[in-house]
Design a protein around this ligand. Structure first.
Ligand code: ZN
Length: 351
């Protein structure tokens, strides 16, 4: 299992090299510098030599962007850099030059609630575009970009076509920052029966809340994009989860309207609070700083607050990986979601 950390604009203050095992970059961030990559890989250029870098065409954090205007399956107009037309051949040659470890196939992404026609079209065009991508050699792993918005029939048709192809895995795109996790989980549930015997990479795009990740992992998904640690950090919030203590829960959770437990460091209750953000947390923030200090940094609008919160939130995500792999080793992955909800979430009434 791998979590790919999406950092918003590629190089924000939240990055902390020792915490990042994977990094996701949008083509738009580096396309203008593309000539550089004839002689240097993106790993070297960004100094992330131990990271897996994931290349995709769109920017998860900005809905509808950078893709704009009419899109044919083999050509797309992106807004970063300004209204640049990029063909599949150019995209794949950029992927080869930058030598990113994962490359998401070219597609027009239909976001959730984009309508039936757009969803159907995006699914059909994604398959055509993948076939064209397969004509170009790359050193990284090529993943089929499964489209179809929230139209389950379109998603399944797209997936069924893609898993016939000689690719390294599939990736479910089209989820954005403000999408509610329930739509995301409905699609994961619906497609999972077609993936039971698929032993390659099965990826899910953002927002990558812990709830989404646990649910999809319990359905066989292996790779996840997330920007949730950074989003929460930007709001002054820390995930309050300690994976060292939990009890297994066997009941199926039907009501899905739960929230992971977080604490809001903007709250004046933290002004004089000594001790870590979460007792027992081994992250650099919790072992070196007091919660009251984070409150202070937020109050004076000091950027370090977000960096320290991101370091803590990433630690929780790294522990989440262990929580899932431990349950997998015990053959109890089917209890992961219920266990996570019962131990680490609040219902809306309590939230
Ligand atoms: Zn911590």
């Amino acid at each position: 299992m791998e979590i790919v950390y999406y950092t918003g604009r590629g190089l924000p203050p939240y990055l902390s090299q020792h915490n990042l095992s994977s990094l996701q970059l949008c083509l738009g961030h580096f396309y203008e510098s593309r000539n550089l990559f004839k002689s240097i890989s993106l790993q070297e250029y960004t100094g992330n030599t131990h990271s897996n870098i994931f290349l995709m065409i769109k920017d998860t954090m900005s809905k509808g962007n950078p893709i704009q205007g009419g899109v044919k399956h083999s050509e797309i107009t992106v807004s970063i850099p300004k209204n640049t037309k990029i063909t599949i051949q150019e995209y794949m040659s950029f992927a080869q030059d930058t030598k990113t470890q994962y490359v998401l196939s070219f597609a027009e992404e239909a976001v959730i609630q984009s309508g039936y026609k757009r969803a159907q079209r995006s699914a059909k065009n994604a398959v055509l575009a993948l076939d064209e991508c397969l004509n170009y050699p790359i050193s990284g792993k090529l993943l089929g970009n499964v489209q179809g918005g929230d139209d389950i029939e379109a998603r399944v048709l797209c997936l069924k076509e893609m898993i016939k192809r000689n690719i390294d895995g599939v990736w479910f795109g089209g989820f954005y920052a403000d999408d509610h996790g329930v739509a995301n989980r409905d699609i994961v549930e619906a497609v999972s029966e077609y993936l039971i015997d698929y032993k390659k990479i099965i990826g899910l795009s953002g927002p990558g809340r812990p709830l989404d990740i646990v649910f999809a992992a319990s359905k066989g998904f292996t790779h996840f994009e997330t920007f949730w640690p950074f989003k929460l950090a930007g709001e002054g919030k820390a995930l309050s989860i300690n994976f060292e203590n939990y009890s297994l829960e066997e009941d199926n959770i039907i009501d899905r309207e739960y929230q992971e437990v977080t604490i809001d460091l903007n709250n004046t209750d933290f002004r004089f609070q000594k001790g870590p953000l979460v007792p027992g947390c081994k992250c650099m923030t919790c072992t070196h700083h007091h919660a009251g200090y984070i409150y202070h940094l937020l109050t004076v609008q000091e950027m370090t607050a977000h960096t320290l919160l991101a370091i803590h939130n990433i630690e929780i995500f790294e522990n989440l990986k262990k929580f899932i792999s431990d349950l997998k080793d015990q053959n109890k992955l089917d209890q992961a979601f219920s266990t996570f909800v019962r131990n680490f979430c609040t219902s809306p009434a309590e939230y």
